[in-house]
Design a protein around this ligand. Structure first.
Ligand code: XIL
Length: 354
């Protein structure tokens, strides 16, 4: 009897130990199941304030998965400066408040762009000085409002065409040297912010890439504050890796911080209505994500500003909404906000590098 009770005690003891160990290993593996814990740089997504409010699954991912956030639309001219004498910071502020509450870095997007410009700006009449006042006032009011809350800003977005020429726009057409002036104005308003030039599709477009590198050299030579390059990375499952690598290498060679600022990987870029997201293409996409992350992990840590996905789940992607491609699946979370195999594949691929 004595022996039996000793046996029971011992077993109770070892069961407790086993439970403890299981609990511990569960905690460790739960930690490891977050991509953000595997990478050593900020990892983020762009977000939509309505979705943050209305959709719990969306909000949870925004809260748990990322260490950095960007407003997908609500800091753009059209939404933040709806009338000449009126700024509307409500929605932008909501995102900033969410980021503050959940301990995330904020990245600002974007002060100057040819797109999503309010009608009143398009209708504006004035001489060069009046245009400069308009743009300076826009940049400085927005950057001052968010001063101290933004780690960095995309100051100027998408200024070059594929052939490397300056894209005609309200700004290019009315303000000579508008890019340099914009960086200067942004810096005056928020001297601590990391200032980026942001653009897309440099892979396979050597002239566009060169125009961006020339811009960087020119700004540096003139002492204009530019600190980073945003590579949007709206790429496809079959984007050529050597071309993507070349863009990254050339960008890194500027010495500036590098932000993969709007990552998504399209699987159905031609919008084939009969497209099926089968395993073969999903795993090719996972390989492409792995490639992007691995290449980014190789760049000097001091230049890693972070990687930002362009929204959260496939359902939220602009490729579906803006480009009207219903059968597109470019992100790491599926329509039900579940992690896709590409997410786990990334974790496994990056683990081996750490
Ligand atoms: C896109 C948004 O995702 C869409 O919701 C909006 O309708 C259009 O703009 N490059 C950029 C982003 O710098 O601001 C764009 O965002 C996508 C391309």
């Amino acid at each position: 009897m004595k022996q039996f009770s000793y046996f029971v005690k011992l077993n109770l003891h070892s069961m407790k130990l086993i439970t403890l160990l299981l609990g511990l290993s569960y905690c460790l593996s739960a930690q490891d199941t977050y991509l953000k814990n595997i990478v050593k740089f900020p990892l983020g997504a762009s977000v939509n304030p309505r979705m943050l409010n209305e959709n719990e699954a969306y909000r949870n991912i925004a809260k748990e998965e990322w260490t950095s956030l960007t407003a997908e639309n609500h800091m753009k001219m059209m939404l933040i400066h709806p009338a000449a004498d009126r700024f509307d910071f409500t929605k932008g502020d909501e995102i900033v408040a969410f980021a503050a509450k959940t301990g995330k870095r904020m990245h600002g997007h974007t002060l100057v762009w040819h797109n999503q410009v309010p009608q009143w700006m398009k209708d504006f009449q004035g001489d060069q000085q009046a245009w400069e006042e308009l743009l300076k006032n826009h940049i400085q009011t927005v950057a001052s409002h968010y001063k101290g809350k933004m780690a960095g800003w995309d100051v100027v977005n998408e200024s070059f065409l594929d052939d490397g020429s300056l894209r005609p726009s309200l700004w290019a057409d009315h303000i000579p040297d508008y890019i340099a002036k914009s960086f200067q104005w942004a810096h005056e308003a928020d001297p601590d912010a990391i200032l980026f030039y942001n653009d897309y599709g440099q892979d396979g477009k050597p002239k566009k890439m060169q125009a961006i590198l020339d811009l960087v050299s020119d700004l540096k030579r003139r002492g204009i504050p530019i600190h980073g390059l945003g590579l949007q990375m709206h790429i496809n499952v079959d984007s050529k890796r050597n071309e993507l690598q070349e863009v990254l290498d050339k960008s890194v060679a500027t010495g500036l911080k590098i932000h993969l600022s709007e990552l998504d990987i399209a699987v159905n870029p031609k919008n084939n209505p009969d497209f099926v997201y089968e395993e073969k293409v999903a795993s090719a996409q996972a390989e492409q994500f792995n490639f992007v992350f691995k290449s980014y992990m190789m760049i000097p840590a001091a230049q890693q500003y972070g990687i930002t996905f362009w929204n959260i789940s496939d359902k939220d992607s602009w490729l579906r909404g803006y480009f009207k491609r219903p059968k597109e699946y470019p992100l790491l979370f599926d329509d039900n906000y579940a992690k896709k195999p590409a997410y786990t594949s990334l974790i496994n691929a990056l683990h081996s590098l750490n």
